[in-house]
Write a protein that binds this ligand. Sequence first.
Ligand SMILES: Cc1cc2nc3c(=O)[nH]c(=O)nc-3n(C[C@H](O)[C@H](O)[C@H](O)COP(=O)(O)O)c2cc1C
Length: 203
Amino acid sequence: MKQADWGTKLLFVNACISQRGAASRTYGVALAFLDAWQEAHPDDAHTMVRVDKMGLQPFTEAALEKRDALAASGDFSDPLFRPARIFREAETIVVAAPFWDLTFPAALRIYIEHISACGLCYHYEADGCHGDCKASRLLYITTGGDFEKPESLGVLYWKQLSEMFGIPRFDYVFAGGLDVDPSKVPEILTEAKEKARQFGREF
Ligand SMILES: Cc1cc2nc3c(=O)[nH]c(=O)nc-3n(C[C@H](O)[C@H](O)[C@H](O)COP(=O)(O)O)c2cc1C
């Protein structure tokens, strides 16, 4: 699949960390989306970031001080801001992560710390926070062992992040119940992949 970088048509935030490797069920649903998207956009390329392989560290006091000093001087060219710059410039975004411990893998939370750069991806005005990301929409793809519950935290988290970043449209695909009855897994995944494909065609 073609790869782009700045101002990418589609940013794929890949948090499919799995003991199944490339056979990750979450990644499988994400691939259904990507294949349909590529078919609908044969001349376009997407950018993929794999959140656990970017060398990102949780913010420490020293890292926060450095980030604040750079932001105060309006200098966002430092590599520290690279994940945020790529996220901010993307035209559309798909995030895929398994449902872990009621949300998602910690590596994705660390990625969120890095893209939540005030002055770049959002800013404050008298009435509160305003988003500055360019994406028109964001799709969150997740798969869970248990069945989907209302207000699932991972889904809510990305819904609220989309609002914070000024991304007007949020959708999600949740393939739930995958660790309940093995005989139902193919059916659940087929349905989730079809939903993902539909989003891929309309993105
Ligand atoms: C570390 C870990 C934590 C998990 N936590 C949850 C959980 O809180 N709720 C849930 O329904 N399933 C949980 N699961 C099950 C996975 O969400 C489920 O098996 C998912 O389909 C894994 O996707 P994968 O094939 O992409 O790895 C967890 C799995 C792992 C490995």
